[in-house]
Design a protein around this ligand. Structure first.
Ligand code: FEO
Ligand code: CA
Ligand code: CA
Length: 629
Protein backbone atom coordinates (compact mmCIF):
# COMPACT_ATOMS: atom_id res chain seq x y z
CA UNK A 1 0.00 0.00 0.00
CA UNK A 2 1.29 3.43 -0.81
CA UNK A 3 3.31 5.50 1.61
CA UNK A 4 1.63 8.83 1.01
CA UNK A 5 1.60 9.56 4.72
CA UNK A 6 5.35 9.94 4.59
CA UNK A 7 4.95 13.23 2.85
CA UNK A 8 4.03 15.02 6.04
CA UNK A 9 7.45 14.12 7.41
CA UNK A 10 9.51 15.29 4.48
CA UNK A 11 10.46 18.70 5.69
CA UNK A 12 11.01 17.78 9.30
CA UNK A 13 13.33 14.80 9.51
CA UNK A 14 14.89 14.40 12.90
CA UNK A 15 18.41 13.28 12.30
CA UNK A 16 20.67 11.16 14.39
CA UNK A 17 22.97 13.10 16.65
CA UNK A 18 26.50 13.72 15.34
CA UNK A 19 27.77 11.30 17.98
CA UNK A 20 25.53 8.54 16.73
CA UNK A 21 26.35 9.32 13.12
CA UNK A 22 30.00 8.91 13.96
CA UNK A 23 29.34 5.56 15.57
CA UNK A 24 27.40 4.39 12.53
CA UNK A 25 30.15 5.57 10.21
CA UNK A 26 32.73 3.67 12.22
CA UNK A 27 30.49 0.61 12.29
CA UNK A 28 30.20 0.81 8.53
CA UNK A 29 33.90 1.23 8.04
CA UNK A 30 34.69 -1.94 9.96
CA UNK A 31 31.68 -3.78 8.74
CA UNK A 32 32.06 -7.42 7.85
CA UNK A 33 29.91 -9.55 5.68
CA UNK A 34 28.05 -12.70 6.44
CA UNK A 35 29.29 -14.96 3.68
CA UNK A 36 26.82 -16.79 1.46
CA UNK A 37 29.14 -18.34 -1.14
CA UNK A 38 29.97 -22.00 -1.42
CA UNK A 39 33.01 -21.50 0.74
CA UNK A 40 31.17 -19.62 3.43
CA UNK A 41 31.14 -21.10 6.88
CA UNK A 42 27.70 -21.13 8.42
CA UNK A 43 26.68 -18.21 10.56
CA UNK A 44 30.11 -16.65 10.67
CA UNK A 45 31.21 -13.18 9.69
CA UNK A 46 33.72 -14.11 7.04
CA UNK A 47 34.79 -11.23 4.91
CA UNK A 48 36.86 -8.72 6.74
CA UNK A 49 36.68 -6.19 3.92
CA UNK A 50 34.97 -2.96 4.75
CA UNK A 51 32.05 -2.33 2.44
CA UNK A 52 33.95 0.04 0.17
CA UNK A 53 36.71 -2.46 -0.45
CA UNK A 54 34.20 -5.22 -1.05
CA UNK A 55 32.42 -3.12 -3.62
CA UNK A 56 35.62 -2.06 -5.34
CA UNK A 57 36.75 -5.66 -5.54
CA UNK A 58 33.48 -6.76 -7.02
CA UNK A 59 32.83 -4.07 -9.62
CA UNK A 60 31.44 -6.09 -12.46
CA UNK A 61 29.83 -8.69 -10.23
CA UNK A 62 29.55 -12.03 -12.03
CA UNK A 63 25.92 -12.17 -10.92
CA UNK A 64 24.84 -8.85 -12.47
CA UNK A 65 24.90 -8.92 -16.26
CA UNK A 66 23.09 -5.68 -17.12
CA UNK A 67 23.88 -2.00 -16.83
CA UNK A 68 22.14 0.04 -14.16
CA UNK A 69 19.50 2.38 -15.61
CA UNK A 70 18.79 5.97 -14.60
CA UNK A 71 16.05 7.05 -12.22
CA UNK A 72 12.90 8.11 -14.06
CA UNK A 73 9.70 10.09 -13.61
CA UNK A 74 8.19 8.88 -16.91
CA UNK A 75 4.76 7.25 -16.97
CA UNK A 76 6.05 3.95 -18.24
CA UNK A 77 8.28 0.98 -17.52
CA UNK A 78 11.98 1.42 -18.26
CA UNK A 79 14.42 -1.48 -18.40
CA UNK A 80 18.10 -2.05 -19.25
CA UNK A 81 19.09 -2.47 -22.90
CA UNK A 82 18.17 -5.89 -24.24
CA UNK A 83 15.06 -6.29 -22.07
CA UNK A 84 11.41 -5.93 -23.04
CA UNK A 85 8.10 -5.97 -21.18
CA UNK A 86 4.45 -6.54 -21.94
CA UNK A 87 1.28 -6.43 -19.91
CA UNK A 88 0.04 -9.84 -18.81
CA UNK A 89 -3.13 -8.79 -17.01
CA UNK A 90 -4.66 -5.55 -15.73
CA UNK A 91 -7.33 -4.71 -13.17
CA UNK A 92 -10.74 -5.40 -14.70
CA UNK A 93 -9.57 -7.74 -17.46
CA UNK A 94 -12.12 -10.54 -17.99
CA UNK A 95 -10.85 -13.87 -16.63
CA UNK A 96 -13.70 -15.96 -18.02
CA UNK A 97 -15.07 -16.08 -21.56
CA UNK A 98 -18.45 -14.81 -20.37
CA UNK A 99 -17.07 -11.98 -18.22
CA UNK A 100 -17.65 -8.40 -19.34
CA UNK A 101 -14.78 -6.29 -20.68
CA UNK A 102 -13.25 -3.66 -18.39
CA UNK A 103 -15.34 -0.52 -18.02
CA UNK A 104 -14.13 2.83 -16.73
CA UNK A 105 -17.62 3.65 -15.49
CA UNK A 106 -19.63 0.49 -14.74
CA UNK A 107 -18.89 -1.41 -11.55
CA UNK A 108 -20.78 -4.42 -10.22
CA UNK A 109 -20.10 -7.45 -8.06
CA UNK A 110 -21.19 -9.70 -10.93
CA UNK A 111 -18.63 -8.21 -13.32
CA UNK A 112 -15.79 -7.65 -10.85
CA UNK A 113 -15.96 -11.15 -9.42
CA UNK A 114 -15.21 -12.55 -12.89
CA UNK A 115 -12.53 -9.98 -13.73
CA UNK A 116 -8.98 -9.53 -12.46
CA UNK A 117 -9.01 -7.77 -9.09
CA UNK A 118 -7.48 -4.40 -8.28
CA UNK A 119 -4.02 -3.54 -6.92
CA UNK A 120 -2.17 -6.76 -7.65
CA UNK A 121 0.61 -7.48 -5.13
CA UNK A 122 2.48 -10.69 -4.24
CA UNK A 123 2.23 -13.64 -6.64
CA UNK A 124 3.57 -17.16 -7.21
CA UNK A 125 4.19 -19.26 -10.33
CA UNK A 126 2.93 -22.87 -10.20
CA UNK A 127 4.19 -24.90 -13.20
CA UNK A 128 1.75 -27.29 -14.85
CA UNK A 129 4.17 -28.28 -17.62
CA UNK A 130 7.06 -26.67 -19.50
CA UNK A 131 4.63 -24.44 -21.36
CA UNK A 132 1.68 -24.05 -18.96
CA UNK A 133 1.45 -22.65 -15.45
CA UNK A 134 -0.84 -21.09 -12.91
CA UNK A 135 -0.25 -17.69 -11.41
CA UNK A 136 -1.81 -17.00 -8.03
CA UNK A 137 -1.89 -13.22 -7.59
CA UNK A 138 -3.00 -11.11 -4.64
CA UNK A 139 -5.40 -8.21 -5.19
CA UNK A 140 -4.56 -6.19 -2.11
CA UNK A 141 -7.05 -3.32 -2.01
CA UNK A 142 -8.95 -0.86 -4.20
CA UNK A 143 -8.49 2.69 -5.39
CA UNK A 144 -12.08 3.82 -4.97
CA UNK A 145 -11.25 7.09 -6.71
CA UNK A 146 -11.16 4.99 -9.88
CA UNK A 147 -13.73 2.30 -9.07
CA UNK A 148 -16.61 4.63 -8.35
CA UNK A 149 -17.68 7.88 -9.97
CA UNK A 150 -18.30 9.33 -6.50
CA UNK A 151 -14.82 8.25 -5.40
CA UNK A 152 -16.32 6.13 -2.62
CA UNK A 153 -18.93 3.45 -1.97
CA UNK A 154 -22.50 4.75 -1.68
CA UNK A 155 -24.55 1.57 -1.41
CA UNK A 156 -24.38 -2.10 -0.50
CA UNK A 157 -24.07 -2.84 -4.23
CA UNK A 158 -20.96 -0.65 -4.35
CA UNK A 159 -19.55 -2.42 -1.28
CA UNK A 160 -20.12 -5.81 -2.89
CA UNK A 161 -18.34 -4.65 -6.07
CA UNK A 162 -15.48 -3.27 -3.98
CA UNK A 163 -15.23 -6.51 -1.99
CA UNK A 164 -15.15 -8.46 -5.27
CA UNK A 165 -12.14 -6.42 -6.44
CA UNK A 166 -10.20 -7.66 -3.37
CA UNK A 167 -8.68 -11.05 -2.64
CA UNK A 168 -6.79 -13.35 -4.96
CA UNK A 169 -6.93 -14.13 -8.69
CA UNK A 170 -5.80 -17.49 -10.01
CA UNK A 171 -5.12 -17.54 -13.73
CA UNK A 172 -3.60 -19.96 -16.18
CA UNK A 173 -0.81 -18.79 -18.47
CA UNK A 174 0.79 -20.52 -21.45
CA UNK A 175 4.01 -20.01 -23.39
CA UNK A 176 2.91 -19.09 -26.90
CA UNK A 177 5.28 -17.78 -29.58
CA UNK A 178 7.97 -17.33 -26.95
CA UNK A 179 5.81 -15.21 -24.62
CA UNK A 180 3.75 -16.07 -21.56
CA UNK A 181 0.12 -15.19 -22.32
CA UNK A 182 -3.11 -15.47 -20.36
CA UNK A 183 -5.39 -18.44 -21.04
CA UNK A 184 -9.00 -17.27 -20.97
CA UNK A 185 -11.50 -19.58 -19.28
CA UNK A 186 -9.03 -22.17 -18.02
CA UNK A 187 -10.65 -24.71 -15.72
CA UNK A 188 -8.31 -23.45 -12.99
CA UNK A 189 -9.39 -19.81 -13.22
CA UNK A 190 -10.71 -18.58 -9.93
CA UNK A 191 -11.50 -15.39 -8.07
CA UNK A 192 -11.31 -15.47 -4.31
CA UNK A 193 -12.82 -12.34 -2.78
CA UNK A 194 -13.75 -10.72 0.51
CA UNK A 195 -16.86 -12.94 0.50
CA UNK A 196 -15.42 -16.37 -0.38
CA UNK A 197 -16.18 -18.99 2.34
CA UNK A 198 -13.08 -20.20 4.21
CA UNK A 199 -12.16 -22.45 7.11
CA UNK A 200 -10.29 -21.34 10.20
CA UNK A 201 -7.85 -23.98 11.47
CA UNK A 202 -5.07 -24.36 13.99
CA UNK A 203 -4.91 -23.61 17.72
CA UNK A 204 -7.22 -20.57 17.64
CA UNK A 205 -10.03 -22.18 15.60
CA UNK A 206 -13.27 -22.24 17.54
CA UNK A 207 -12.05 -19.82 20.21
CA UNK A 208 -14.62 -17.48 21.75
CA UNK A 209 -12.83 -14.45 20.27
CA UNK A 210 -13.44 -15.86 16.76
CA UNK A 211 -17.17 -16.55 17.21
CA UNK A 212 -19.68 -14.22 15.59
CA UNK A 213 -23.44 -14.07 15.26
CA UNK A 214 -23.13 -15.50 11.76
CA UNK A 215 -20.62 -18.15 12.82
CA UNK A 216 -21.13 -19.47 16.36
CA UNK A 217 -18.54 -22.16 15.60
CA UNK A 218 -15.66 -19.72 15.24
CA UNK A 219 -14.40 -21.92 12.41
CA UNK A 220 -16.02 -20.55 9.24
CA UNK A 221 -15.31 -17.11 7.85
CA UNK A 222 -16.12 -15.14 4.74
CA UNK A 223 -13.26 -13.90 2.68
CA UNK A 224 -9.84 -12.39 2.70
CA UNK A 225 -8.81 -8.80 1.98
CA UNK A 226 -5.76 -6.57 2.03
CA UNK A 227 -3.77 -9.50 0.73
CA UNK A 228 -0.29 -8.11 0.64
CA UNK A 229 2.48 -10.51 -0.22
CA UNK A 230 2.66 -14.24 -0.39
CA UNK A 231 4.42 -17.54 -0.05
CA UNK A 232 4.52 -20.83 -1.92
CA UNK A 233 4.72 -24.19 -0.17
CA UNK A 234 6.67 -27.23 -1.43
CA UNK A 235 3.38 -29.13 -1.38
CA UNK A 236 1.89 -26.94 -4.09
CA UNK A 237 -0.23 -24.43 -2.21
CA UNK A 238 -0.29 -20.66 -2.14
CA UNK A 239 -0.06 -18.55 1.00
CA UNK A 240 -1.74 -15.15 0.90
CA UNK A 241 -1.02 -12.74 3.73
CA UNK A 242 -3.66 -10.47 5.25
CA UNK A 243 -2.14 -7.10 6.06
CA UNK A 244 -4.08 -3.91 6.91
CA UNK A 245 -7.36 -5.66 7.74
CA UNK A 246 -8.19 -3.15 10.45
CA UNK A 247 -8.92 -0.44 7.90
CA UNK A 248 -12.11 -2.17 6.77
CA UNK A 249 -13.83 -2.07 10.16
CA UNK A 250 -15.53 0.91 11.72
CA UNK A 251 -18.81 2.21 13.05
CA UNK A 252 -21.04 5.23 13.04
CA UNK A 253 -21.90 4.36 16.64
CA UNK A 254 -19.81 5.35 19.62
CA UNK A 255 -17.66 2.25 20.06
CA UNK A 256 -14.69 1.99 22.35
CA UNK A 257 -12.18 -0.46 20.92
CA UNK A 258 -10.54 -2.79 23.42
CA UNK A 259 -6.84 -2.35 24.18
CA UNK A 260 -6.13 -5.34 21.95
CA UNK A 261 -8.18 -3.89 19.10
CA UNK A 262 -6.34 -0.61 19.49
CA UNK A 263 -2.98 -2.38 19.24
CA UNK A 264 -4.15 -3.63 15.84
CA UNK A 265 -5.42 -0.21 14.77
CA UNK A 266 -9.09 -1.19 14.89
CA UNK A 267 -11.10 2.00 15.46
CA UNK A 268 -14.51 3.51 14.81
CA UNK A 269 -13.06 5.51 11.92
CA UNK A 270 -12.05 3.15 9.12
CA UNK A 271 -9.34 3.67 6.49
CA UNK A 272 -11.87 5.07 4.04
CA UNK A 273 -13.26 1.87 2.52
CA UNK A 274 -16.72 2.59 3.94
CA UNK A 275 -17.89 -1.02 4.09
CA UNK A 276 -19.26 -0.83 7.64
CA UNK A 277 -21.93 1.67 6.65
CA UNK A 278 -23.66 -0.92 4.45
CA UNK A 279 -22.37 -4.34 5.55
CA UNK A 280 -23.00 -4.99 9.27
CA UNK A 281 -20.23 -7.60 9.37
CA UNK A 282 -17.80 -4.68 9.33
CA UNK A 283 -19.65 -2.53 11.89
CA UNK A 284 -17.81 -2.86 15.20
CA UNK A 285 -20.96 -1.91 17.14
CA UNK A 286 -22.85 -4.82 15.57
CA UNK A 287 -20.09 -7.42 15.41
CA UNK A 288 -17.08 -6.95 17.69
CA UNK A 289 -15.32 -10.22 16.83
CA UNK A 290 -15.31 -10.22 13.02
CA UNK A 291 -12.06 -8.23 13.06
CA UNK A 292 -10.37 -11.07 14.96
CA UNK A 293 -10.99 -13.36 12.00
CA UNK A 294 -8.69 -11.35 9.74
CA UNK A 295 -4.96 -10.69 9.91
CA UNK A 296 -4.00 -14.30 9.24
CA UNK A 297 -2.08 -16.34 6.67
CA UNK A 298 -4.50 -18.06 4.28
CA UNK A 299 -3.55 -21.27 2.44
CA UNK A 300 -5.09 -21.86 -0.99
CA UNK A 301 -4.78 -24.84 -3.33
CA UNK A 302 -4.61 -23.21 -6.78
CA UNK A 303 -4.86 -26.60 -8.51
CA UNK A 304 -8.37 -27.25 -7.16
CA UNK A 305 -10.87 -24.47 -7.86
CA UNK A 306 -13.37 -26.16 -5.53
CA UNK A 307 -11.01 -26.22 -2.56
CA UNK A 308 -11.87 -24.14 0.49
CA UNK A 309 -9.10 -21.72 1.56
CA UNK A 310 -7.87 -22.17 5.13
CA UNK A 311 -6.76 -19.51 7.62
CA UNK A 312 -3.80 -20.96 9.53
CA UNK A 313 -3.94 -19.49 13.02
CA UNK A 314 -0.71 -21.14 14.21
CA UNK A 315 1.17 -18.48 12.21
CA UNK A 316 -0.25 -15.70 14.36
CA UNK A 317 -2.43 -12.68 13.75
CA UNK A 318 -0.80 -9.42 12.78
CA UNK A 319 -0.42 -7.25 9.68
CA UNK A 320 1.22 -9.92 7.61
CA UNK A 321 3.51 -8.94 4.78
CA UNK A 322 4.79 -12.17 3.21
CA UNK A 323 5.49 -15.75 4.23
CA UNK A 324 9.03 -16.84 3.31
CA UNK A 325 9.26 -20.61 3.53
CA UNK A 326 12.42 -22.59 4.12
CA UNK A 327 12.63 -26.34 4.61
CA UNK A 328 15.09 -26.86 7.43
CA UNK A 329 17.76 -29.57 7.22
CA UNK A 330 15.65 -31.73 9.55
CA UNK A 331 12.64 -31.37 7.24
CA UNK A 332 10.63 -29.04 9.42
CA UNK A 333 8.93 -26.11 7.71
CA UNK A 334 10.16 -22.68 8.76
CA UNK A 335 8.10 -19.63 7.78
CA UNK A 336 9.52 -16.12 8.25
CA UNK A 337 6.86 -13.46 8.74
CA UNK A 338 7.02 -9.66 8.90
CA UNK A 339 4.46 -7.45 10.66
CA UNK A 340 4.37 -4.21 8.71
CA UNK A 341 3.74 -1.44 11.16
CA UNK A 342 6.01 1.09 12.80
CA UNK A 343 7.50 -0.49 15.90
CA UNK A 344 6.09 -3.98 15.31
CA UNK A 345 8.05 -7.18 15.00
CA UNK A 346 9.68 -9.95 12.96
CA UNK A 347 8.42 -13.51 13.50
CA UNK A 348 9.11 -17.07 12.48
CA UNK A 349 7.06 -20.25 12.67
CA UNK A 350 8.65 -23.70 12.95
CA UNK A 351 6.42 -26.70 12.25
CA UNK A 352 6.24 -29.57 14.70
CA UNK A 353 6.36 -32.21 11.98
CA UNK A 354 8.75 -32.65 9.05
CA UNK A 355 7.80 -32.31 5.41
CA UNK A 356 6.91 -35.63 3.77
CA UNK A 357 8.12 -35.24 0.19
CA UNK A 358 6.89 -38.68 -0.83
CA UNK A 359 3.32 -38.00 0.22
CA UNK A 360 2.19 -34.45 -0.55
CA UNK A 361 -1.21 -34.98 1.06
CA UNK A 362 0.49 -35.67 4.39
CA UNK A 363 1.66 -32.05 4.40
CA UNK A 364 -1.78 -30.51 4.08
CA UNK A 365 -2.00 -29.44 7.70
CA UNK A 366 1.69 -28.96 8.52
CA UNK A 367 1.06 -25.27 9.20
CA UNK A 368 -1.47 -26.04 11.94
CA UNK A 369 1.02 -27.42 14.44
CA UNK A 370 4.24 -25.72 15.48
CA UNK A 371 5.79 -22.86 17.41
CA UNK A 372 5.62 -19.15 16.63
CA UNK A 373 8.66 -17.09 17.68
CA UNK A 374 9.42 -13.38 17.68
CA UNK A 375 12.84 -11.79 17.21
CA UNK A 376 14.91 -9.90 19.77
CA UNK A 377 18.07 -8.15 18.55
CA UNK A 378 21.12 -7.04 20.48
CA UNK A 379 24.10 -4.92 19.44
CA UNK A 380 26.84 -2.84 20.97
CA UNK A 381 26.06 0.85 21.04
CA UNK A 382 26.11 2.35 17.55
CA UNK A 383 26.95 -0.90 15.79
CA UNK A 384 24.81 -2.15 12.97
CA UNK A 385 25.61 -5.77 13.54
CA UNK A 386 25.09 -8.08 16.46
CA UNK A 387 23.30 -11.12 17.76
CA UNK A 388 19.68 -12.11 18.13
CA UNK A 389 17.33 -14.55 19.77
CA UNK A 390 14.02 -16.09 18.82
CA UNK A 391 11.57 -15.92 21.73
CA UNK A 392 8.80 -18.55 21.67
CA UNK A 393 5.20 -17.40 21.98
CA UNK A 394 3.95 -20.32 24.05
CA UNK A 395 1.18 -19.96 26.59
CA UNK A 396 2.48 -20.31 30.14
CA UNK A 397 6.06 -19.30 29.26
CA UNK A 398 7.82 -15.92 29.56
CA UNK A 399 4.84 -14.22 31.16
CA UNK A 400 2.25 -15.37 28.61
CA UNK A 401 -0.11 -16.23 31.43
CA UNK A 402 -3.72 -15.62 32.36
CA UNK A 403 -2.57 -13.05 34.90
CA UNK A 404 -1.08 -11.05 32.03
CA UNK A 405 -4.16 -11.38 29.83
CA UNK A 406 -3.36 -14.55 27.90
CA UNK A 407 -5.96 -17.14 28.85
CA UNK A 408 -4.71 -19.80 26.46
CA UNK A 409 -2.60 -20.43 23.37
CA UNK A 410 -5.41 -19.17 21.13
CA UNK A 411 -5.32 -15.75 22.76
CA UNK A 412 -1.52 -15.67 22.39
CA UNK A 413 -1.95 -16.18 18.63
CA UNK A 414 -4.97 -13.89 18.16
CA UNK A 415 -3.10 -11.17 20.05
CA UNK A 416 0.38 -12.05 18.84
CA UNK A 417 1.47 -8.40 18.96
CA UNK A 418 0.65 -8.16 22.67
CA UNK A 419 2.39 -11.47 23.30
CA UNK A 420 5.48 -10.23 21.46
CA UNK A 421 5.63 -7.17 23.69
CA UNK A 422 5.18 -9.35 26.78
CA UNK A 423 8.23 -11.49 25.93
CA UNK A 424 10.45 -8.52 25.04
CA UNK A 425 10.57 -8.49 21.23
CA UNK A 426 12.50 -5.72 19.48
CA UNK A 427 10.42 -2.98 17.86
CA UNK A 428 11.36 -2.74 14.18
CA UNK A 429 11.21 -0.19 11.34
CA UNK A 430 8.21 -1.86 9.64
CA UNK A 431 9.26 -5.39 8.64
CA UNK A 432 8.05 -5.99 5.09
CA UNK A 433 9.16 -8.95 2.97
CA UNK A 434 11.54 -11.67 4.08
CA UNK A 435 13.60 -13.76 1.62
CA UNK A 436 15.83 -16.75 2.30
CA UNK A 437 19.02 -16.99 0.21
CA UNK A 438 19.07 -20.18 -1.92
CA UNK A 439 22.06 -21.41 0.11
CA UNK A 440 19.83 -21.41 3.19
CA UNK A 441 22.54 -19.66 5.15
CA UNK A 442 21.16 -16.15 5.25
CA UNK A 443 17.80 -14.46 5.52
CA UNK A 444 17.06 -10.90 4.35
CA UNK A 445 14.24 -8.64 5.53
CA UNK A 446 13.28 -5.20 4.31
CA UNK A 447 12.65 -2.61 7.03
CA UNK A 448 10.88 -0.13 4.84
CA UNK A 449 10.91 3.11 6.91
CA UNK A 450 9.70 4.39 10.25
CA UNK A 451 9.00 8.04 10.85
CA UNK A 452 8.36 7.23 14.53
CA UNK A 453 11.78 5.73 15.24
CA UNK A 454 13.24 7.66 18.14
CA UNK A 455 9.93 8.25 19.86
CA UNK A 456 8.82 6.59 23.10
CA UNK A 457 9.03 2.82 22.97
CA UNK A 458 10.98 2.82 19.71
CA UNK A 459 14.59 3.51 20.71
CA UNK A 460 17.22 4.19 18.06
CA UNK A 461 19.75 1.40 17.82
CA UNK A 462 20.57 -2.09 16.64
CA UNK A 463 18.94 -2.90 13.29
CA UNK A 464 16.93 0.35 13.52
CA UNK A 465 19.80 2.84 13.76
CA UNK A 466 18.26 6.07 12.44
CA UNK A 467 15.69 8.32 14.08
CA UNK A 468 12.84 9.50 11.83
CA UNK A 469 13.90 6.88 9.32
CA UNK A 470 12.23 7.72 6.04
CA UNK A 471 14.62 5.80 3.80
CA UNK A 472 14.62 2.25 5.16
CA UNK A 473 17.21 -0.54 5.32
CA UNK A 474 17.66 -4.22 4.58
CA UNK A 475 18.43 -6.48 7.51
CA UNK A 476 20.38 -9.68 7.02
CA UNK A 477 20.67 -12.50 9.53
CA UNK A 478 22.25 -15.93 9.66
CA UNK A 479 20.73 -18.68 11.81
CA UNK A 480 23.21 -20.42 14.09
CA UNK A 481 24.89 -23.21 12.07
CA UNK A 482 22.36 -22.61 9.25
CA UNK A 483 19.78 -24.33 11.45
CA UNK A 484 16.59 -22.33 11.01
CA UNK A 485 15.09 -23.93 14.12
CA UNK A 486 17.94 -22.49 16.18
CA UNK A 487 17.07 -19.96 18.86
CA UNK A 488 20.01 -17.71 17.97
CA UNK A 489 21.35 -15.83 14.98
CA UNK A 490 23.87 -13.20 13.91
CA UNK A 491 22.78 -10.11 12.02
CA UNK A 492 23.98 -7.03 10.17
CA UNK A 493 22.49 -4.51 7.77
CA UNK A 494 22.92 -5.37 4.10
CA UNK A 495 22.23 -1.78 3.15
CA UNK A 496 20.74 1.43 4.42
CA UNK A 497 18.95 3.49 1.79
CA UNK A 498 19.56 7.22 1.81
CA UNK A 499 20.30 10.33 -0.17
CA UNK A 500 24.02 11.18 -0.36
CA UNK A 501 23.28 14.41 -2.24
CA UNK A 502 20.89 15.82 0.34
CA UNK A 503 22.57 14.34 3.43
CA UNK A 504 26.26 13.92 2.63
CA UNK A 505 28.40 12.61 5.44
CA UNK A 506 25.54 11.51 7.65
CA UNK A 507 23.78 8.22 8.28
CA UNK A 508 21.00 9.53 6.02
CA UNK A 509 23.33 9.35 3.04
CA UNK A 510 22.95 5.57 3.23
CA UNK A 511 25.60 2.88 3.02
CA UNK A 512 28.35 3.13 0.45
CA UNK A 513 26.53 0.95 -2.08
CA UNK A 514 24.17 3.94 -2.48
CA UNK A 515 25.31 6.88 -4.61
CA UNK A 516 23.85 9.94 -6.33
CA UNK A 517 23.00 7.95 -9.44
CA UNK A 518 21.73 4.93 -7.55
CA UNK A 519 19.42 5.82 -4.71
CA UNK A 520 15.92 4.92 -3.64
CA UNK A 521 13.76 4.84 -0.53
CA UNK A 522 11.52 2.33 1.20
CA UNK A 523 12.64 -1.14 0.13
CA UNK A 524 9.65 -3.47 0.35
CA UNK A 525 9.29 -6.53 -1.93
CA UNK A 526 12.37 -8.74 -2.07
CA UNK A 527 13.11 -12.15 -3.49
CA UNK A 528 15.99 -14.28 -4.67
CA UNK A 529 16.19 -15.88 -8.08
CA UNK A 530 17.63 -19.35 -8.52
CA UNK A 531 21.15 -17.99 -9.08
CA UNK A 532 21.09 -16.00 -5.85
CA UNK A 533 20.52 -12.48 -7.18
CA UNK A 534 18.57 -10.38 -4.67
CA UNK A 535 15.71 -8.43 -6.30
CA UNK A 536 14.48 -5.38 -4.41
CA UNK A 537 11.24 -3.49 -5.07
CA UNK A 538 10.32 -0.11 -3.64
CA UNK A 539 7.13 1.38 -2.21
CA UNK A 540 8.34 4.79 -1.29
CA UNK A 541 7.97 8.50 -1.67
CA UNK A 542 7.95 9.22 -5.41
CA UNK A 543 7.79 13.02 -5.11
CA UNK A 544 11.38 13.26 -6.42
CA UNK A 545 11.75 16.31 -4.17
CA UNK A 546 13.41 17.29 -0.91
CA UNK A 547 14.80 14.26 0.88
CA UNK A 548 13.74 12.17 -2.12
CA UNK A 549 15.19 14.37 -4.88
CA UNK A 550 16.87 12.28 -7.54
CA UNK A 551 15.11 9.03 -6.67
CA UNK A 552 12.31 9.30 -9.23
CA UNK A 553 9.43 6.86 -9.43
CA UNK A 554 9.27 3.59 -7.54
CA UNK A 555 11.62 1.02 -8.95
CA UNK A 556 13.22 -2.40 -8.85
CA UNK A 557 16.88 -3.04 -8.17
CA UNK A 558 19.08 -6.10 -8.18
CA UNK A 559 21.90 -6.80 -5.73
CA UNK A 560 24.76 -9.21 -5.49
CA UNK A 561 24.32 -10.43 -1.90
CA UNK A 562 27.97 -11.45 -1.70
CA UNK A 563 29.51 -8.10 -2.59
CA UNK A 564 26.69 -5.65 -1.87
CA UNK A 565 26.85 -4.31 -5.42
CA UNK A 566 23.55 -2.85 -6.52
CA UNK A 567 22.08 -1.92 -9.91
CA UNK A 568 18.76 -0.37 -10.90
CA UNK A 569 16.81 -2.72 -13.18
CA UNK A 570 13.37 -1.16 -13.62
CA UNK A 571 11.57 2.10 -13.12
CA UNK A 572 7.79 2.20 -12.85
CA UNK A 573 5.11 4.62 -14.06
CA UNK A 574 3.76 7.68 -12.25
CA UNK A 575 2.58 7.20 -8.65
CA UNK A 576 2.93 3.41 -8.75
CA UNK A 577 4.47 1.01 -6.30
CA UNK A 578 6.44 -1.94 -7.67
CA UNK A 579 5.42 -5.02 -5.71
CA UNK A 580 5.18 -8.72 -6.42
CA UNK A 581 7.71 -10.84 -8.28
CA UNK A 582 7.97 -14.40 -9.49
CA UNK A 583 10.06 -16.16 -12.13
CA UNK A 584 9.43 -18.92 -14.62
CA UNK A 585 11.41 -22.01 -13.54
CA UNK A 586 14.06 -21.41 -16.23
CA UNK A 587 14.42 -17.77 -15.08
CA UNK A 588 13.82 -16.42 -18.61
CA UNK A 589 10.60 -14.65 -17.62
CA UNK A 590 10.14 -12.33 -14.66
CA UNK A 591 6.61 -11.36 -13.60
CA UNK A 592 6.42 -8.02 -11.79
CA UNK A 593 3.50 -6.20 -10.18
CA UNK A 594 2.81 -2.54 -10.97
CA UNK A 595 0.42 -1.39 -8.27
CA UNK A 596 -1.73 1.74 -8.09
CA UNK A 597 -0.30 3.78 -11.00
CA UNK A 598 -1.94 7.19 -10.83
CA UNK A 599 -3.18 6.76 -7.26
CA UNK A 600 -5.08 9.71 -5.81
CA UNK A 601 -5.60 10.92 -9.37
CA UNK A 602 -1.92 11.48 -10.07
CA UNK A 603 -1.43 11.95 -13.83
CA UNK A 604 -0.97 8.42 -15.17
CA UNK A 605 -2.59 6.53 -18.01
CA UNK A 606 -0.54 3.38 -17.45
CA UNK A 607 -0.62 0.94 -19.15
CA UNK A 608 -3.35 1.16 -21.80
CA UNK A 609 -4.07 4.91 -22.06
CA UNK A 610 -7.16 6.16 -20.27
CA UNK A 611 -7.79 5.23 -16.66
CA UNK A 612 -4.63 3.93 -14.93
CA UNK A 613 -4.85 0.25 -14.02
CA UNK A 614 -2.72 -1.91 -11.75
CA UNK A 615 -1.12 -4.62 -13.87
CA UNK A 616 1.15 -7.63 -13.87
CA UNK A 617 3.86 -7.28 -16.50
CA UNK A 618 6.13 -10.00 -17.85
CA UNK A 619 9.76 -9.15 -18.58
CA UNK A 620 11.94 -11.13 -20.97
CA UNK A 621 15.28 -10.70 -22.68
CA UNK A 622 15.37 -10.07 -26.40
CA UNK A 623 17.86 -12.94 -26.69
CA UNK A 624 15.72 -15.21 -24.50
CA UNK A 625 18.37 -15.40 -21.80
CA UNK A 626 18.20 -15.54 -18.02
CA UNK A 627 16.87 -12.39 -16.41
CA UNK A 628 19.60 -10.42 -14.69
CA UNK A 629 22.49 -12.59 -15.93
FE1 FEO B 1 1.13 -4.40 1.50
FE2 FEO B 1 3.43 -3.68 3.87
O1 FEO B 1 2.78 -3.75 2.17
CA1 CA C 1 4.60 -4.17 0.82
CA1 CA D 1 5.33 -0.69 1.83
Amino acid sequence: MSQFDLQDELNHPRHATPALTGLIDRALSRRRFLGVGATAGAASFLTLNPLNQALAASAGSPLLGFNSIAASTADTIQLPAGYRWQVLVSWGDPLFADAPAFSETERSEAAQSRQFGDNNDGMSFFPLSDTRALLAINNEYTNQEYLFAAGKVQSLADVRADQAAHGVSIIEIALQDGQWQRVLDSRYTRRITANTPMHISGPAAGHALLKTQADPSGRQVLGTFNNCANGMTPWGTYLTCEENFNGYFGSAAAVTPSAAQQRYGVAAVDAGFGWHAFDPRFDLAKEANECNRHGWIVEIDPHDPQSVPVKRTALGRFKHENAAIHINADGRVVVYLGDDERGEHLYKFVSAKALDRANPKANRDLLDDGTLYVAQFTAKDGEIRGEGRWLPLIHGQNGLTAANGFADQASVLIHARLAATQVGATTMDRPEWVAVHPSGKQVFCTLTNNKNRGTEGQPVGGPNPRAANHYGQILRFAPQAADHSSDTFSWDLFLMAGNPKVHPGTAYAGTSNINAELMFNSPDGIGFDAAGRLWIQTDGDYSNQGDFAGMGNNQMLCADPNSGELRRFLTGPVACEITGLTFSPDSTALFVGVQHPGEEKAPSTFPHGGMPRSSVIVITREDGGVIGA
